[in-house]
Design a protein around this ligand. Structure first.
Ligand code: PEP
Ligand code: MN
Length: 332
């Protein structure tokens, strides 16, 4: 349920209303927007008499919210949320470009790529340390030492870093990571999401391989319900019958999520398409559709990459793609 207050409202009466609702076991999220103040009521509101609330002098309207996601719901928070990633704002008109290799492989590799993506215009550095691989025989990532190298590249470039967590048991290694990624395969690892809800770090939540947008928003809700509202969503392609690309980039996810939620949403055209030659056109499609950012895999030598080489751009290809993205951003 949401309660929209009149523009000028008496704070005493508001306090009284809050106390009354809280007395019924309902928690309240107050969003003071430019246009209006919205109270989001979370909990079992079935016994709450909406007519009684609507009759109060300070109340403009009361609406029941059908969707199961509350904190992630735009009805609870009409304005776009801006997530601050160590000084880099994401969302609400602030466009983020996260780039770097699929996996951190060596000090030279990550530092070379970090410098190249920074020069091209990226504002966040990505690099996998704990890698979710389909095969147990494939490179599993450098794990803790991969994060150490990522932080070294951060020191050299000043770029905040994003890397994936697979198990909450590893959380100590993420103490200096700026943005913690939950990958597609863990989007519905609810115990992990609950734990990250207790963290203060921003979370990049990637859409599951076969997850609906409602499921994506419910996973965001798990993190937010725990008190961490710094969630950035990521459309990274979904499984369809099409085999020409690794996944199918769901462009419609962007306007749909923007309608349903206030959370920023970015697009990962690398994992969505699986081929470097499709990354630039799909990145531009994401910009045109209203994405708040991009995540793009870049490798100094894609042919030798230990993971996801075929979809990785060279620094030169990335520079070209970013220039095109910036031209599109200027006119959207
Ligand atoms: C990644 O970002 O390297 C990754 C594994 O992505 P996804 O979870 O989207 O497959
Ligand atoms: Mn990858």
């Amino acid at each position: 349920m949401i309660v929209i207050l009149k523009k000028e409202h008496d704070t005493h009466q508001l306090d009284e209303l809050r106390r009354w609702l809280e007395g019924q076991g309902i928690s309240i999220q107050v969003n003071e927007g430019v246009q209006s103040t919205v109270l989001g009521l979370i909990g079992d509101t079935s016994a709450v008499d909406s007519d009684l609330i609507e009759a109060l002098e300070i109340v403009e309207t009361v609406k029941r919210v059908q969707e199961p996601y509350k904190k992630a719901n735009r009805k609870f928070h009409p304005e776009d949320s801006v997530v601050d990633v160590s000084g880099v704002p994401v969302g609400g008109g602030h466009f983020a470009i996260m780039a770097g290799p699929c996996s951190v492989e060596s000090p030279e590799q990550i530092c070379t790529v970090a410098a190249a993506v920074k020069a091209a215009g990226a504002n966040l550095l990505r690099g996998g340390a704990f890698k979710p691989r389909t095969s147990p025989y494939a490179f599993q990532g450098m794990r803790e030492s991969g994060i150490t190298l990522l932080l070294e590249a951060k020191k050299q470039t000043g770029l905040p870093v994003v890397t994936e967590i697979m198990d909450i048991a590893h959380i100590d290694a993420f103490a200096d990571v700026d943005l913690i990624q939950v990958g597609a395969r863990n989007m519905q690892n609810f115990e992990l999401l609950k734990e990250l809800g207790h963290s203060k770090k921003p979370i990049l939540l990637k859409r599951g391989l076969s997850s609906t947008l409602q499921e994506l928003l419910m996973s965001a809700e798990y993190i937010m319900a725990g008190g961490n509202e710094n969630v950035i969503l990521c459309e990274r392609g979904i499984r369809t019958f099409e085999t020409a690309t690794r996944n199918t980039q769901d462009i419609s996810a962007i306007p749909v999520v923007k309608e349903l939620s206030h959370l920023p949403i970015i697009v990962d055209p690398s994992h969505a398409t699986g081929f470097s030659r499709y990354v630039k056109p799909l990145a531009l499609a994401a910009v045109a559709a209203g994405s708040d950012g991009l995540m793009i895999e870049v490798h100094n030598n894609p042919a030798k990459a230990l993971c996801d080489g075929p979809q990785s751009l060279t620094p030169a290809q990335f520079t070209d793609a970013v220039q095109a993205v910036q031209r599109f951003l200027a006119v959207r």
